[in-house]
Design a protein around this ligand. Structure first.
Ligand code: KG4
Ligand code: ZN
Length: 342
């Protein structure tokens, strides 16, 4: 087996990212160009704008990732790219570039599931981490509670019935005039606010499932702010942010603790952009600690969308021979692949 390198490409949403990982999983470079500035004036990601921006930023990002790793195209052993889920026009930019490189150099194409890559950011950062574990995938588009009995085996225990976690943060932030993306800003402002200031309803379903729902809480926050404004009262944004975040996180912690108790699985790995949330990390870590369970989460640069996690999972897929033909399509709503025996 050679000492090859995997190029990773990620363009599913609004980050254009390229990375090089060497066989064995060590990251040699990660170059990410964020489009947040372009989308900010619209208060959210505009798909057409995202697709065009990827087109401009991708090749420079790939060149820079190769150059920082000190390698050339000919040193590559495979190309890993996010196939879905994500914005179709954005996915196509990355997938087409990956196919072109593979075609030109006769390399294997590794079509990566974005959600699985988020989960694998944990294995990348904690090489000693092994399944079985529960993974809580919280991003701009997804909220999934997943049981993972073995590597690359998944069973979805619960998901959101309405807004994804990051989506709710972004919508509340937009309503409060905090800009895009709103999650990091709510996280930051919450540090200065009182989480008990406004008793928002806890986003708990009480239906015995592991599903989540945030639309009721979101409406409660919006109604509260509107009422305050109508009554001419000052809205303390820090307190509203902290109280909203507390309501979200309390429900998430409650559900995850129940999942740990009921499944007997003692490891939980956070994944996705919202895994960067400081309040979620600390409250969940405390609660799981009391149950004798351990919490894992990747560092911030591996929580947000990035090509390093894509290249890392691509390397494992190459080892397993999980290679696809070059006519594979992008898939906007690709689910996490579930296994029967999981
Ligand atoms: O995984 P990701 O980078 O992109 C998707 O695959 O969706 O997640 C982006 C989401 C955004 O909604 C963003 O507001 C949220 O993650 N986010 C956060 C934090 N950092 C990013 N939400 C809460 N607290 C944070 N610190
Ligand atoms: Zn993501």
């Amino acid at each position: 087996m050679g000492t090859g390198f995997i190029l990773g490409i990620e363009t599913s949403c609004d980050e254009t990212s390229a990375a090089v990982v060497e066989r064995g999983g060590r990251m040699l470079s990660l170059v990410t160009s964020s489009q947040a500035r372009l989308h900010r004036k619209y208060g959210g990601v505009v798909p057409e704008v995202a697709g065009r921006a990827h087109l401009e930023a991708l090749l420079p990002a790939i060149r820079e990732a190769l150059s920082q790793a000190g390698i050339g195209y000919r040193d590559l052993e495979g190309v890993a790219v996010t196939r879905g889920p994500g914005l179709i026009g954005s996915l196509l930019v990355g997938l087409t570039a990956a196919k072109a490189i593979c075609f030109a150099l006769g390399l294997p194409l590794l079509a990566v599931n974005h959600l699985e890559a988020h989960i694998y950011a944990n294995f990348m950062h904690f090489p000693e981490l092994e399944p079985p574990l529960l993974s809580f995938v919280v991003s701009g588009g997804h909220t999934l509670l997943v049981h993972m009995p073995a590597h690359r085996r998944y069973r979805v225990l619960g998901e959101t019935l309405d807004d994804a976690a990051g989506e709710a943060y972004d919508k509340i932030a937009r309503f409060l005039g905090l800009g895009y993306p709103g999650g990091p800003e709510i996280d930051r402002l919450s540090g200065k606010g009182n989480p008990q200031a406004v008793p928002f309803p806890r986003a708990l379903l009480h239906d015995g499932t592991y599903n989540f729902s945030l639309s009721g809480l979101k409406t409660a926050v919006i109604n509260y702010v509107r009422r305050m404004r109508e009554e001419g009262k000052e809205v303390c944004v820090e307190d509203v942010a902290a109280s909203f975040q507390a309501a979200v996180v309390e429900a998430q912690v409650h559900t995850l603790v129940r999942a740990v108790e009921e499944t007997g699985v003692r490891k939980v790995a956070l994944a996705g952009g919202v895994a960067a949330n400081r309040y979620l990390r600390s409250k969940l870590g405390e609660a799981l600690g009391e149950k004798g369970a351990e919490l894992y989460y990747p560092p911030g640069y591996l929580c947000a969308d990035n090509a390093a996690m894509v290249a890392y999972l691509g390397w494992l897929m190459l080892e397993e021979g999980d290679v696809v033909p070059l006519d594979v399509d992008a898939a906007a709503s690709l689910p996490l692949p579930e296994t029967q025996e999981a």
